[in-house]
Design a protein around this ligand. Structure first.
Ligand code: COA
Length: 196
């Protein structure tokens, strides 16, 4: 792990408003004003059933969750913005449970909530940016996730990145990718970090 990376650095990144950008896409940390949009996406029938907690979330519950989220220094949720054609927010993705002592983090909360933006490679590009940031800027060695076995689209996406199945939890697979096992084609991916 890069000796310079510590939790106070992560707190500073979160406070300052980190952005990760690549061609046609930008990931920026969610803000309070994004919550109605992200909640509406998350509560959609076709989206919520792909999450481990698939209950409908109330506004009160979401606001309470936000209060906890905003002070956590190991939990980063990004809004996915398409910046070329649609020029709007289209989804979200997250790196959380960041453990700098073990150099690992969990990937998840991925959704493309804007139907017009589906199937256009934005989830792939958002995943590329986030994983590149974790490996290259945070010094993370291993990223893990959980996915329902019947979520073919997400499984295809994760396998494309070199995630391998490491566990079986009933309806779920546990998968992970490590710096050593990621595909070599992935090493060239560049992401630009900036702070607003
Ligand atoms: C999973 C999700 C984010 C993918 O969004 P998307 O816009 O379709 O993704 P992309 O266009 O970036 O495609 C990424 C990869 O997903 C896979 N994929 C996309 N559409 C697919 C389809 N219809 N069938 C099979 N695989 C598909 C492919 O591997 C694709 O890569 P490729 O284009 O290089 O072949 C979107 O379907 C979604 O929001 N689903 C509901 C929430 C969810 O399931 N989240 C994941 C929880 S683990």
């Amino acid at each position: 792990m890069d000796a310079k990376i510590c939790y106070s650095f992560l707190s500073e990144l979160k406070r300052a408003g980190l952005e990760l950008s690549g061609p046609g896409i930008c990931l920026r940390l969610i803000k309070f004003e994004d919550l109605p949009t992200t909640l509406a996406w998350r509560n959609r029938e076709d989206i919520r059933h792909n999450f481990i907690n698939s209950d409908i979330i109330s506004w009160e519950g979401h606001s309470k969750w936000w209060e906890g989220y905003r002070v956590k220094n190991n939990d980063f949720i990004f809004l996915i913005l398409e910046t070329e054609r649609l020029s709007r927010s289209v989804g979200q993705v997250s790196l959380y449970n960041i453990n700098l002592d073990h150099s690992e983090a969990e990937y998840g909360r991925l959704m493309i909530g804007d139907n017009e933006a589906r199937g256009k490679g934005l989830a792939r590009r958002a995943t590329e940016l986030l994983i590149a940031w974790a490996f290259n800027s945070l010094g993370i060695e291993r990223i893990y996730l959980e996915v329902f076995k019947n979520n073919t689209i997400a499984l295809n996406l994760y396998r494309q990145f070199g995630f391998i199945t490491t566990g079986d939890r009933g309806r779920l697979y546990r998968m992970s990718i490590s710096r050593e096992t990621r595909p070599s084609s992935f090493e060239g991916i560049k992401q630009e970090d900036s702070i607003r």
